[in-house]
Design a protein around this ligand. Structure first.
Ligand code: HEC
Ligand code: HEC
Length: 368
């Protein structure tokens, strides 16, 4: 035990900070131009929790990604300033550090890029631009000191890249593995999962075909393939008008409409999914496979928050999504999505298995 702890400490020391991967996860990818330092992480933590960066002074990143709620808001769709609602469910920030693209449609390539958007989104932070935010920072003695220490900048030179880099560094510390599944599968502890969870794992990788998108690898499991699929969640909303909605969206985009704003404020456009980024018509209605780690705590589910419980999710998949196979639009659906024929016991076991993906110690990330 002692030896292991020593090893972990040395590893963390060598890699700068907190880089030792928890059981079941790979090392956190750290961009070369944004190395982790304790001071930068602490600054990011503070920025993440500062409600002054919003139009009504009440909304911070943590309003929608709260540590108490496994870094979600447990709402179907998020509430921004003045209680305005968007079109999408807030994914957890836990393990977002491993995502190859950010947002349900993958429209941001990294955490740094993602972190700049919410402040100025009209249904989130609601600021007209980033100037008021930078003014708050430049007028705050503690922030000025911290930005100087972390980035070596004078107050007038603090910009959104600095802000985004600090927030992203904080987010890269919000990683969690070591769940009962990890201890069972990678740690060799046969007792870590209950018999129902062990049976549920068999359904997950077998008859349920869940693992084809929610991946489990030899030494690690992110439970996402980092790819985009239409599993038929919200497609019904735009069925029959998908070509028209897509066309109108493209016209607006050509005229310079902000994609981040459009997808979060217009319900029909939101349902275009990955198409909004790639403009590839076959990706209408496709969304990023979310991780299933800590999924027990992050409901309601799916990009539109339309499924309330894990039982509902399993029922949904067992029915082959919401479109009948005879529906002409079912051609949009991804391969794995067809009726599964699971019996009641298998459905229960599958739900139990997903509860084995909850990590311990999810209250340890923020100092605030
Ligand atoms: C009003 C609620 C709200 C606020 C405030 C908010 N978010 Fe989010 N967040 C969301 C929603 C909703 C999504 C999904 C949007 C989408 O996919 O189009 C999201 C997505 C994300 C993702 C992508 C996760 C993934 O798996 O792709 C990250 C990371 C994130 N937010 C971090 C932040 C940070 C950092 C801040 C503060 C700068 C912030 N959020 C502020 C609601 C919010
Ligand atoms: C074809 C790929 C694919 C397969 C197969 C698949 N999923 Fe998914 N899963 C997704 C995608 C994509 C989403 C998000 C869809 C959306 O919101 O539109 C998702 C969402 C979920 C969610 C919601 C998570 C959240 O945070 O909202 C759960 C839970 C889930 N899947 C469990 C399962 C289970 C259990 C199975 C097997 C019965 C399964 N999935 C099979 C791709 C897949």
């Amino acid at each position: 035990m002692k030896k292991k702890l020593f090893f972990v400490l040395v590893f963390a020391g060598l890699a700068g900070q907190l880089a030792a991967a928890p059981l079941g996860l790979p090392p956190v990818p750290i961009p070369e131009d944004n190395p982790q330092t304790p001071a930068k992480i602490a600054l990011g933590d503070r920025l993440f929790h500062d409600t002054r960066f919003s139009a009504d002074g009440k909304v911070s990143c943590a309003s929608c990604h709260s540590q108490d709620k496994a870094f979600t808001d447990n709402l179907p769709v998020s509430k921004g300033f003045n209680g305005l609602t968007g079109t999408r469910n807030a994914p957890t920030v836990i393990n977002a550090a491993y995502m190859k693209t950010l947002f349900w449609d993958g429209r941001e390539p990294d955490l740094e890029g993602q972190a700049k958007q919410p402040f100025v989104n009209p249904v989130e932070g609601g600021l007209p631009d980033h100037k008021p935010l930078l003014a708050v920072i430049r007028g705050d003695r503690d922030y000025v000191k911290a930005f100087r220490e972390v980035f070596g900048v004078a107050p007038a030179d603090i910009n959104m890249d600095h802000v985004a880099r600090a927030i992203a560094s904080f987010e890269r510390t919000i990683v969690a593995g070591d769940s009962p599944f990890d201890r069972y599968y990678y740690g060799g502890d046969e007792k870590a999962m209950t018999p129902a969870q062990v049976r549920g794992l068999a359904v997950f990788v077998g008859k349920g075909r869940c693992v084809s998108c929610h991946t489990i690898e030899q030494t690690q499991a992110l439970f996402t393939d980092n790819r985009f699929h239409n599993i038929g969640v919200g497609f019904k909303r735009i069925r029959g008008k998908e070509a028209e909605v897509a066309q109108r969206f493209l016209q607006a985009k050509r005229k310079g409409a902000n994609v981040d704003v459009t997808v979060l404020t217009r319900a029909n456009v939101s349902e275009l999914g990955r198409f909004a980024v790639t403009e590839n018509f076959t990706e209408v209605g496709a969304f990023k496979t979310p991780t299933l780690r800590n999924v027990e705590l992050t409901g309601p589910y799916m990009h539109d928050g339309s499924l309330e419980t894990l039982e509902d999710v399993v029922e949904f998949y067992n029915n082959g999504g919401r479109l009948k196979e005879t529906d002409p639009l079912s051609g949009f659906l991804s391969g794995g999505i067809r009726p599964l024929g699971l019996d009641e016991g298998e459905k229960r076991d599958l739900v139990e298995f997903m509860k084995a993906l909850t990590s311990p110690g999810l209250d340890r990330f923020t100092q605030r």
